[in-house]
Design a protein around this ligand. Structure first.
Ligand code: SAH
Ligand code: SF4
Ligand code: F3S
Length: 439
């Protein structure tokens, strides 16, 4: 008789790459007799896959760990692990601050998770925060999890060499590494066999992808064109891109590759050249605006998305105004905006902060503008014909929900199966989603 599976609970914070990594960790532990569960109660192992990008994100981890005291008291065999970017940034300090933690594993060492888990069995602690040469998931025997829906993430590139002055990612994820083309293709084909119709290629700097294929280096555009040949794969997206790596053939692909969706997340962070320079972004506002213009020439209906930081050290009202001006000029369909958070170890951490009330006020003003733009871009979809990939049943009976080509949530009265890609005419724009009818 085989043993009953042990229960693994994973809680994921941060970016899409963490979502992808959590799935891979579940698969790796699946090979060790662990089955993923939806709640920490009764689990044999709890893994927090953490994010270090802003102070608030990092501090959440400790409050969450505190909640597991009772569980650990009730079950001394419960293993608690911290993975992700806090694990990489804080290492052994995590176990000192919270002795409940048995295991710390950095984002590049997940292939060692089964071994680390074994080390903790006798009551010991285990830690690995190295940056090994090999890509973590490329040499790992694991048990693939059944897919839940028609969309999936696929990491193609990891790490960052850009060193923006505010950002922890180059330290937590290490230097830029690209996975070989053949691995990505195999993974994509496997996903499609399991019913996946849309793949989002992930990388901290995904458009800096330069993967090896038969002695040649392929850029992201070439990879996308090759993936577009995979039968059954209907849609391709990628995130997150850096303006400086937006090469001509990638821009062209937005115009001539039908499976590449008309949505681009291209963070600019600020509209002020003075601040961009202090951020070490190595592009100007003008360079970014020209780029957006060229992308829109290739694909006129592309929906632009971005990230902004307000209250970066030394940001004046005039600098902030330049950010508002840039937003006005671009017209974004969707954005993320953040108040600057000083991160230990980054160059900007030493610089004097903007008055916090002033920064709050700027964030509010920027978000007001971005929300207005988002709403008007969404409203402008009414009357248009778009593709919708159905992901699940809607809240109302007889209704399905899916994402449009432009990544808007769309409700449609129909009973088409999950995974169907249908043509839909948009008839209404609500606060957070669109409504459409089948064509
Ligand atoms: N690789 C991506 C995104 C990295 S993190 C890129 O290059 O754009 C996601 C977003 O978090 C960033 O785009 C930035 O807007 C924000 N961010 C990063 N560090 C931050 C900090 N110290 N304070 C506030 N926001 C930050
Ligand atoms: Fe961070 Fe800049 Fe790299 Fe993006 S490009 S991950 S913001 S250092
Ligand atoms: Fe956070 Fe690490 Fe992603 S810091 S945003 S989880 S790369």
């Amino acid at each position: 008789m085989s043993e009953a599976p042990k229960k693994l609970y994973i809680k994921t914070y941060g970016c899409q790459m963490n979502v992808y990594d959590s799935e891979r960790m579940a698969e790796a532990m699946g090979g060790q007799g662990y089955e993923q569960v939806d709640s920490p109660e009764g689990a044999d192992m709890i893994l927090l896959n953490t994010c270090h990008i802003r102070e608030k994100a990092a501090e959440k981890v400790y409050s969450e760990l505190g909640r597991y005291k009772g569980l650990k008291a009730a079950n001394p065999d419960l293993k608690i692990g911290v993975a992700g970017c806090v694990a990489q940034a804080e290492g052994a300090e995590i176990m000192r601050r919270q002795p409940l933690v048995d295991l710390v594993v950095g984002p590049q060492s997940y292939h060692r998770l089964p071994e680390l888990e074994r080390q903790t069995r006798g009551g010991g602690k285990a830690m690995d925060t190295d940056f090994p040469e090999e890509m973590k998931f490329d040499h790992l025997p694991s048990r693939p999890k059944p897919r839940r829906g028609p969309t999936a993430f696929l990491t193609v590139q990891e790490g960052c060499d850009k060193f923006c002055a505010f950002c922890v990612v180059p330290y937590t994820r290490g230097a830029e590494v690209s996975r070989p083309v053949s691995r990505i293709l195999r993974e994509a084909e496997g996903l499609v066999e399991q019913g996946v119709r849309e793949i989002t290629l992930l990388g901290q700097n995904v458009n800096a992808y330069h993967g090896e294929e038969a002695g040649h280096s392929w850029g992201l555009a070439r990879l996308i064109r090759r993936l577009a040949e995979v039968d059954g794969l209907e849609r391709i997206r990628f995130t997150t891109s850096h303006p400086n790596d937006m090469e001509d053939d990638l821009i062209a692909a937005h115009g001539d590759c039908a499976k590449l969706m008309p949505y681009l997340h291209l963070p600019v962070q600020s509209g002020s050249d003075r601040i961009l320079k202090r951020m070490n972004r190595s592009h100007t506002a003008e360079h970014y605006l020209r780029l957006v213009e060229r992308i829109r020439e290739a694909r006129p209906d592309i929906l632009m998305s971005g990230d902004f930081i307000v209250g970066f050290p030394e940001e004046t009202e005039a600098d902030f105004q330049a950010t508002l001006d840039l937003v006005e000029e671009v017209t974004y369909g969707q954005c993320y905006s953040f108040k600057y958070s000083a991160r230990p170890g980054t160059p900007a951490a030493e610089r004097p902060l903007v008055d916090p009330d002033e920064a709050d006020d700027r964030l509010r003003r920027l978000q007001d503008l971005l929300t207005r733009q988002q709403r008007s871009v969404q409203d402008a979809m009414v009357g248009r014909e778009v593709g919708v990939l159905f992901e699940k049943a809607g809240r109302l009976d007889g209704q399905m929900v899916g994402k449009s080509d432009h990544l808007h949530a769309v409700h449609v009265a129909c009973d088409l199966p999950v995974g169907t890609l249908a043509r839909v005419r948009i008839v209404e724009s609500g606060p957070n989603s669109l409504a459409g009818v089948l064509i």
